[in-house]
Design a protein around this ligand. Structure first.
Ligand SMILES: C[C@@](CO)(OP(=O)(O)O)[C@H](O)COP(=O)(O)OP(=O)(O)OC[C@H]1O[C@@H](n2ccc(N)nc2=O)[C@H](O)[C@@H]1O
Ligand SMILES: Nc1ncnc2c1ncn2[C@@H]1O[C@H](COP(=O)(O)OP(=O)(O)O)[C@@H](O)[C@H]1O
Length: 276
C-alpha cells in the first residue's frame, strides 16, 4: 500500500429546488450540481494506528477528532491510516466541503485496499456524499441519494464568494416556509452555449436562498455585490449558503471579477473557478 492523494472539489448547486418533505424531516430535492476546480486536498498513508492532521489556509475550526467526516469515512474501511487534510474551502458554507472530503477519502481508501465497492454506512455520512462521489455534473434528487450524471453542460466560469459566516444546514431547511415547490423541468438542456445556458439557469431557483438570507442577511449583500461585477450574468447562492457564485461567459471575465472582489472585500473568501 502506498501514499494516495485525492482532490476534493467544491460542490456548487447551480439550482436547488425543494419539492417536499419526508416524514423523518428530510427534504426532497431537485438540484443541478457541478464541481469546481478549487477544493481541499486529502493525502492518505498506511499507518499502525489512525491519525488525522488538518492543515491549510481554512483549517481553523475544522474538527480534528473522530467527528471529522474524513475520519468517519476512513473508519468505514477498518484499515488504520494517517490522513492529512489540507483545507482550502470554508466549512459550513454550502459548497460541501465536509462531504467532498468524505467522498475523496472513500475514493482514496478504495484505491488503497483495491476494492471499488462502496462500504456500508456511506449514506450516514451525509446527503451530499453520493453526488460528491460522482465528481461530475449531476442531477440530484430524493434527499440526495438519487444521482444521475448530467452530460452536455457548457463550460461555466464563476466567482465563488463567502462572507465568513457559518450557516448550519438544518437551521436553513427548518426556516423554509413552503416545502412543496416546483421541481426542475423533466429535461435539463444539453448542448447549449454558455450564455443561453445561464439564461436558462436564471429561470430556475435556489429555494433555500430566502430562509438563508433571513438568518444571515449578509448573504443578500454578497448576492448584490456579485451582481454588480462587470460582465456578470447571474448571481445565486449554493446549497444552504452562505457561499454564493457569480457566472460569467469567459474565464477572463471571471478572473477579473475575482480580482476586483478580492480588493473590495478583503475579508471575504473569494475564488475564480471553472465549474464542470
Ligand atoms: C443543502 C445541501 C444541498 O446540496 O448542501 P449544503 O448546504 O449542506 O452544502 C445538502 O442537501 C445537504 O447535504 P449534507 O450537508 O450532506 O446534509 P446532512 O449532513 O445529511 O444533513 C444535515 C441536515 O440538513 C437537513 N437536510 C439535509 C438534506 C436533505 N435532503 N434534507 C434535509 O432536511 C436535515 O436537517 C439534516 O439533519
Ligand atoms: N472535513 C470537514 N471539513 C469541514 N467541516 C467538517 C469536516 N468534517 C466535519 N465537519 C463539520 O461539518 C460541518 C459542515 O461543514 P461542511 O460540510 O463544509 O458544510 P456544508 O454542508 O454547508 O457544505 C462543519 O461545521 C464542521 O463542524
Amino acid at each position: 500500500m502506498s501514499i494516495t492523494k485525492v482532490f476534493a472539489p467544491a460542490k456548487v448547486n447551480l439550482t436547488l429546488h425543494v419539492t417536499g418533505q419526508r416524514r423523518d424531516g428530510y427534504h426532497l430535492l431537485d438540484s443541478l450540481v457541478v464541481f469546481a476546480d478549487v477544493g481541499d486536498r486529502i493525502t492518505v498513508m498506511p499507518a499502525d494506528q489512525n491519525r488525522l492532521e488538518v492543515i491549510g489556509p481554512r483549517a481553523k475550526g475544522v474538527p480534528t477528532d473522530g467527528t471529522n467526516l474524513v475520519a468517519r469515512a476512513a473508519n468505514l474501511f477498518g484499515v488504520p491510516v494517517h490522513i492529512v487534510l489540507s483545507k482550502h474551502l470554508p466549512a459550513a458554507a454550502g459548497i460541501g466541503g465536509g462531504s467532498s472530503d468524505a467522498a475523496a477519502t472513500i475514493l482514496a481508501l478504495s484505491d488503497m485496499v483495491g476494492d471499488t465497492r462502496l462500504p456500508e454506512g456511506v449514506a450516514d455520512l451525509g446527503a451530499d456524499v453520493r453526488v460528491c462521489l460522482m465528481r461530475q455534473a449531476a442531477r440530484m434528487r430524493g434527499i440526495g441519494e438519487d444521482v444521475a450524471p448530467c452530460p452536455g453542460l457548457p463550460p461555466l466560469y464563476a466567482v465563488l464568494a463567502n462572507p465568513g459566516v457559518d450557516v448550519p444546514t438544518p437551521e436553513v431547511f427548518q426556516a423554509l416556509e413552503n416545502k412543496q415547490n416546483q421541481p426542475l423541468p423533466k429535461r435539463i438542456p444539453q448542448g447549449m452555449k454558455t450564455g443561453p445556458f445561464i439564461d436558462w439557469l436564471a429561470t430556475q431557483r435556489n429555494d433555500l436562498e430566502a430562509p438563508a438570507i433571513a438568518r444571515s442577511p449578509v448573504i443578500q449583500e454578497v448576492l448584490k455585490t456579485l451582481s454588480d461585477l462587470p460582465g456578470v450574468r447571474l448571481a445565486r447562492m449554493s446549497g444552504s449558503g452562505a457561499t454564493c457564485f457569480a457566472l460569467f461567459e469567459t474565464e477572463d471575465a471571471a478572473q477579473a471579477g475575482a480580482t476586483a472582489l478580492t480588493q473590495s472585500q478583503p475579508d471575504w473568501w473569494v475564488e475564480a473557478a471553472k465549474l464542470s
